[in-house]
Design a protein around this ligand. Sequence first.
Ligand code: AMP
Ligand code: ZN
Length: 465
Amino acid sequence: MKIYNTLTRKKEEFVPIIPGEVRMYVCGPTVYNLFHIGNGRTFIVFDAFRRYLEYRGYKVKFVQNFTDIDDKMIKKANEENTTVKELGDRYINEYYKDADALNIERATVNPRATEFIGEIVEFVKDLIDKGYAYEVDGDVYFSTKKFYGYGKLSGQDLEELQAGARISVDERKNDPMDFAVWKNQKPGEPAWESPWGMGRPGWHIECSCMAHKLLGETIDIHAGGEDLAFPHHENEIAQSEARTGKPFANYWMHSAFINVNNQKMSKSLNNFFTAREVLEKYDADVIRFFMLSGHYRTQLNFSVELLDSAKAAVERIYNAIGNLENLLEEVKTDSMSEEEKAYAASLSSYRDKYIEKMDDDFNTADGISVIFDLVRDINTNITVNSSKELVKLALELIREFGKPLGILQKSTKGNLEEEIEALIAQRQQARKDKNWALADKIRDDLKNRGIILEDTPQGVRWKKA
Ligand code: AMP
Ligand code: ZN
């Protein structure tokens, strides 16, 4: 399979370090608020790629960190009159709620920066010993000039960067492009002991350190949103490779933004929707479909129209799933005829098409088109005269292609049951409230859908008419 590597600006054949295994690190959220749907795109995209790698038979070790100490954390904790620790605990909890609701699989490990302070201190010490970092009054800076290759990821030349540095010049740094790997404690800030006094890690160092500790010195894939390529990932490369003398990651992947009116969705522009808000109106399948129906390296505009059309598209596929589920109960023959076997083979050939598209730098947009081609074929050719074996095969194929995308796994049957149970509960409440009109209406509506309610001593039962 091929992956577009930001480092080489080319699609390259994917060759993992250990055959059959993938070690992957994705930069995760700073846990000081609920994540927005823009962040959600990055999490969903790389969750889908991890699932696809697993579908292709790789064992994936997937690490996504929580940044739980930085300026934003400290500011928010102060505003809320709480500790950085409590704030982090709270929003990590909230992160899991939303990520689970979006059907994002739990990472193999979700390390927190503050759990790795000892290792980070060792890392910084090593950089100083090797001559790549220097201390000034309790702060430690990485010397970008010392690292040959600084700028290689973002394709920038250090001299140009220095010339154009809009960064406020800090007199204490040897060079405007140098960045902090350790920060001296300011009054009221949380801090940890270090050889340079009380302080805390800079942002970039946590990812270098946790990736080394949890995945090794050279990893297969390092990923994040496109805004992270510079300076965050550039700085991660500099620190990591300065320390080990080895390549940090073989493939660098960056996913494009979600925009609102052509501007990046972001907290600071106040043009964001939290994942939680969007989940109130749209199902996880719809949100994921919306994210994955475009190419991950193409920016995506956030709009209600696009979400609504994603909703209609997902419904079309679920209608096909529903038909097949109904057919399973209705068909008369069990095993496939010879003719059906030939057709089943032609259906299975969609798998080759799906894999061909997805193997090409995770082209989920084209992968989804293959799902639609498959569904169209099934809708025209599978009927009540088909065998159970063929209906099952068709159903399993749709689900198989949906699984790496984290969609199409629900049963329309299950949904029906839940829906009916909810309506029955609503009717019981109406009766308690002596709202007979509503209670009767619910019963009649269900009857029109072919569902008969029976009041028994054990409670309300329902059956299909
Ligand atoms: P943050 O919590 O801001 O560090 O962001 C967490 C992740 O979301 C990072 O990988 C960012 O690159 C990514 N991200 C932030 N804003 C957007 C956006 N509008 N669209 C897509 N990804 C984003
Ligand atoms: Zn990172």
